[in-house]
Design a protein around this ligand. Structure first.
Ligand code: SF4
Length: 420
């Protein structure tokens, strides 16, 4: 099989992994020479570096051959798809070629399980080692790690990769047992804990020491090696089972709390060919995945606890309005909030105010009483904000109680694409 064919198969097989995803783009294809640029099938996706830069990554599997039978996965052993496998040298060469042609700034490498978790992990780590040690590759490397692989291999992966990720795949132990019987939830968490400890130790060892005047300085020691400086992340599949949004967010909160993950990615289940009967026939609405990301953001940056974002009665996030607005509408007694005196924690809960705009409000109110015109100058979404806030020359009337408020604030319905 030639390299182009392998690349087509293994880039396509990698697209289901959302833990490094080019999200938010419409489907465009330049296959057949129609136009320039494509967001489909090229194997190049966008991710974000720790400093916020958007970077392009070559996103591929080492192989889509797999001995496991995870029911939701197109690469499972019982799936009838064409298989391919790169060699270590091929992945290295592809990465260097794409890099030199300025198409990518890094590599995202995952793999199905061949022979054993250790054997597979060795191949994946070897790609990163050759890139770093033999070619002095300075680009970004994200390696998907296999939780059952030995701690030594995970430790080696962390020396070469910027980011490591281990997919928890499904939000509950029960769903993992039902849909991915070979995967071991306890092993996944053990490996995450190991990575956490190694990341912390490496950070601590590399922290600059305070300079103290000493008559006899000890000999200079080499700097401690790096270990996955961009941290670890994971992915959860949404909609392959009946787990509620409340339970999904509860799992995310536990993962953030226990292992301080950089990100939990949510990937809407997409039906696969020859799917098992246990799986739904349709994907969940994409907006559900979007609402989970919004709720995740609220937990990480806005001070919301996971169990206050989701209504206890339904256990599901509203698809109609974003979770912060839904929370405000369900807690109208906490509003209106006085922007000139409310504490930061409450400002963060006001619909229409983001983390940055809360900072601007706090700064501006130090020097003067805020008025509606100040909010306009800050380019804040007044239609969403004004029903929930008080400023020097504005106090909402009865609109906060009005039954039509949800209708007014919900985004207008959007027509589905003809090609969806
Ligand atoms: S281990 Fe499971 S999820 Fe991963 S490639 Fe194999 S079948 Fe797919």
């Amino acid at each position: 099989m030639n390299l182009d064919r392998k690349l087509a198969i293994l880039a396509d097989a990698a697209k289901y992994d959302a833990s490094c995803a080019s999200s938010g783009t419409d489907k465009r294809s330049s296959i057949g020479g129609k136009g320039i640029g494509s967001t489909e099938g090229s194997g190049i996706c966008h991710s974000y570096a720790p400093d916020g830069r958007c970077i392009s990554l070559l996103k591929i599997l080492f192989t889509n051959f797999c001995t496991y039978d995870c029911l939701y996965c197109v690469n499972r052993v019982s799936s009838n798809v064409p298989r391919a496998r790169f060699t270590v040298e091929e992945v290295v060469q592809l990465t260097l070629d794409f890099y030199r042609r300025n198409c990518i700034e890094g590599l995202f490498l995952s793999s199905g399980i061949i022979r054993s978790p250790d054997y597979t992990m060795e191949q994946v780590v070897e790609v990163a080692r050759v890139l770093r040690e033999e070619h002095d590759f300075r680009g970004y490397i994200h390696l998907k790690t296999i939780p059952e692989a030995s701690p030594e291999l995970l430790a080696r992966a962390g020396r070469y990769a910027d980011r490591l990720s281990i997919n928890v795949e499904l939000p509950t132990v029960q769903s993992l047992a039902a849909l991915a019987p070979e995967k071991d939830g306890a092993a996944i968490r053990r490996s995450m804990a190991r990575l956490r400890v190694s990341i912390d130790e490496a950070k601590e060892a590399r922290r600059p020491r305070p300079v103290v005047a000493q008559p006899m300085l000890p000999p200079r020691r080499a700097r401690a090696p790096r270990f996955a400086p961009a941290g670890q992340s994971t992915q959860m599949i949404v909609g392959a089972d009946t787990t509620s949004d409340g339970a999904i967010l509860s799992t995310s909160a536990a993962l953030y709390g226990s292992y301080r993950l950089k990100r939990v990615y949510y990937s809407a289940f997409s039906p696969i060919p020859d799917a098992a009967r246990a799986l739904p026939l349709k994907s969940p609405p994409l907006v559900r995945e979007h609402r989970l990301y919004q709720a995740d953001w609220l937990m990480r940056f806005y001070g919301f606890a996971h169990d206050e974002i989701v209504p206890a009665a339904s256990g599901m996030l509203s698809l109609e309005v974003d979770p912060k607005l839904a929370w405000a509408l369900a807690h109208r007694e906490r509003f209106p909030v006085d922007l000139n005196s409310a504490p930061k924690e409450m400002l963060l809960r006001v619909p229409g105010l983001g983390v940055k705009s809360v900072g601007r409000v706090l700064q501006a109110r130090r020097v003067r009483q805020l008025r509606a015109a100040d909010l306009e100058r800050m380019h804040l979404p007044l239609g969403k904000l004004l029903p929930f806030v008080v400023v020097a020359d504005h106090r909402p009337g009865r609109e906060l109680d009005a039954a039509g408020l949800v209708r007014r604030l919900a985004p207008p319905p959007r027509q589905e694409s003809l090609f969806a």
